[in-house]
Each structure stands twice: as C-alpha cells, then as structure tokens.
Design a protein around this ligand. Structure first.
Ligand code: ZN
Length: 397
C-alpha cells in the first residue's frame, strides 16, 4: 500500500506532516472534524483531496498515521511513500490535546495562581468544561483554542468567557469570531539573533524554547496617541500587550470586552477608563452637532423671513394668534414653500418662527458663549475653527 505522510490545508496552504505531533493534532482532532486538505504537491497545483487517518496496531501498542484519498475521489501519485508514520500510542487523560495546548493552559493557570485566584484546569460548568477556571474573576472561564472551531456554538451556555486563539485557529472562515466574539489572538515569539539584525520567529516553549514573548493581540484596543482624533478617524487602535498583563486586566475588570460597533468597528477589549474617555468624546461630538443644527436652523429661519421686519419680534410676549402674514412680492418664498418649511404656518401659528427670529437679533448669540465654555482638550482645534467659521459666515449674511 502506498500512502502520503504530508498534506496541505486547503484554506491556509499550510504544509502538515503526519510525523509532527502538533500538525497531527490539528488535522486529526480527537473530537470534531479536521480541516479540508489536499495533495502536498505544489508544482503541479494538484488538488486531490486527502483525509488524515490513524490505524491502531494494538499488539505493538502503536498507531500508524497517514493521509489517504476519500472514497471515490480523484487520486494522484504525488509524494507517495510505502508506509505511514508509526508512533507510540500514548492515551492520556487529556486525549488528543497537543503539547502546545497543554502548555498554554498551564501558562494561564500559573498566571491566575500568581494573581491569587484558586484557579484550576478542566473545570466542569453547566454544559461545558472550562480549560482554565478562575473563580472570582471577571471572565472566569478561559478557553485555549488552536484549531478552527465554531466559537459561538462552543461558548454555549457559559458566555462569561475569554477565548485565547492561536494563529492556527484563525482562518478565512473563523476570523469573524476573533473580531465578533470575546476572543484575543495569542502570539508566541522568540528573538533570533542574526549577524546584522534580530528578528522575531514563532516560539515553541513546549519544545524547550526559552525567553519567549507571549502576547495578546488583534483585539486589544488602545486610545490613539499623538494629535487628537479628527472626525472620521477611529478613536481606538489595536496593538499587542503581554498576555499576562492582558489576563490580569481582564480578570480584574479593568479591561472590558465591547461587542462589534460599540467601541470600535470590530469587537475588542478596552480599558474601562479609556472607554469612559471615548464616551465623553462622543458626547462632545454630539453637542457640537446639536449646536451646529441649532445654528443652521436659526440661519434658515432668518433667511425665510420677509425682507420687511415682521412686527411680531418687536413685541415679545404672548404668542401672536393672527394668521400668517402674506409674503411680500419681493421674497422668493411662495406660501406653499413657506408652509412646507414651517408646518406650523398651516395652522396659523408662527410662535416658533417668531421666537427663533428673536434669538438671532441678540447682539451676541448665547450659543457663541456656550461654544467657548465647551472647549475641551478632547476635541481637536480644527473642529472649533470650522464651527466658528461656519457661525461667522452665518452671522454676516
Ligand atoms: Zn497530487
């Protein structure tokens, strides 16, 4: 029998080997279905499908791993070998968990215990089992994920969770979960000193790498630095922080997960103090918009008034109850247009128009003082300049 011992993952093009334990855990998971795969040949762009299989050799206590074609599918002879890869059969309590998964769970447990939590591994909850359980913490359930999975389904009945996703869990079809569910990407890297530079390469501490950097990335949101945010730009940006720091902040409630569209265009983790500043900034933007609308409305009202002074503004007091004054021949507004702009005119009630006109006759409109009082360091100068320019233009008319 000829078989293959290498394959390529359809979605990522990643080359996987039956001899590599981590690769095998990825393509032959103990539960659920592995990713779609095809022939490892890349020269001929062969797309023959492959599946990962294990054959138990009970008497020898070994397992043979190899890739074969699904039944009735296209076959090819690329990269064929005589035998699969034979490994020792090592059934453990953790089933098919890879060394990487076990290592990362232990890392999270160690951090939790250093924080003083009575944390434990594999804790049973209603309907689910937490990889790491951190009682008393916000997001007490921690899940480590290194193969693609349906995060919302797996979240199940216990949504107070933080998902730690490895790169291998994030594919075209699952990255929506990273940016839509309480997930963070975990990167593990180590420095490689070369003659002229130091570069970062993936670290594998579970295989003995030391001095690795473990970071939380992709959905860790920070206030933007530098000049103040201008309208249309994002208030937050994302950059990595050490995973330990991230977990401490999340468990203590300092860093909070906000769903898609609340703090940022995608879901992410924001310091509560920074979210508060964002809310204040939003409020300031709304106040500016409100002021602009009030100003524009006042300017429009004045433009609509007949060229001759209306007698009503000279006598502020009880609302005039007489019918709407007929427009003078010189005004471009015909009665129909006026009525459309001021539905109240239909009912013979011009109270609102008259009051707005009064406001505009004051030498220094109140809202100019209001604007000056509202100056806040969180609002860029450009905004005020443009707003004030708009107001001056309006007043000259
Ligand atoms: Zn092939």
């Amino acid at each position: 029998m000829t078989v293959k011992v290498k394959a390529r993952i359809s979605e990522t093009g990643q080359l996987v080997s039956a001899a590599n334990n981590d690769d095998w855990a990825l393509v032959h998971p103990s539960t659920g279905r592995g990713p779609d795969m095809y022939c490892p040949d890349s020269d001929d762009r062969c797309r023959s499908k492959l599946i990962a299989v294990e054959k138990q050799n009970k008497t020898k206590g070994t397992v043979t791993r190899f890739f074969r074609f699904p039944k009735n599918s296209r076959r090819c002879t690329h990269a064929e070998v005589e035998h699969g890869v034979e490994v020792r059969s090592t059934p453990t309590a953790s089933g098919g968990e890879s060394d990487e998964h076990l290592w990362l769970k232990q890392f999270v447990l160690d951090v939790a215990q250093r924080c003083g939590y009575a944390a434990e591994l594999e804790h049973s909850l209603p309907g689910v089992r937490a990889d790491v359980w951190v009682p008393g913490a916000t997001r007490a359930r921690v899940e480590v994920q290194r193969v693609p999975t349906d995060i919302p389904t797996r979240t199940g009945d216990y949504p107070d969770v933080v998902w730690l996703l490895r790169e291998t869990a994030i594919t075209q079809s699952t990255k929506k979960y990273l940016f839509g569910s309480p997930c963070v990407q975990v990167r593990i890297s180590k420095k490689l000193a070369r003659t002229t530079e130091t570069i970062l390469i993936p670290g594998r501490p579970w295989e003995g790498d030391t001095e690795v950097e473990i970071s939380a990335s992709a959905t860790v949101l920070h206030l933007r630095h530098g000049p103040h945010v201008v309208p249309g730009e994002k208030f937050f940006e994302t950059h990595p922080i050490p995973l330990e720091k991230f977990l401490r902040q999340v468990w203590s409630g300092e860093r909070v997960w906000y769903p898609r569209g609340t703090a940022h265009s995608f879901a992410g983790w924001v310091l509560a103090t920074e979210y508060e500043r964002y809310q204040q900034w939003l409020k300031a933007q709304q106040d500016i918009q409100h002021a602009l609308r009030a100003v524009n409305a006042a300017i429009d009202e004045r433009a609509d008034r007949p060229a001759r002074p209306d007698p009503a503004p000279a006598h502020p007091g009880p609302a005039p109850s007489q019918p709407a004054p007929a427009p003078t021949p010189t005004t471009p507004s015909d009665p129909a247009t006026l009525a459309a702009r001021h539905p109240a005119a239909d009912k013979g009630n011009l109270t609102q128009t008259a009051q707005s006109a009064l406001v505009m006759q004051q030498p220094e409109p109140d809202w100019m003082q209001w604007i000056d009082l509202q100056l806040s360091p969180d609002v860029p100068n450009g905004w005020w300049k443009r707003l004030k320019k708009r107001l001056r233009v309006g007043r000259r008319q």
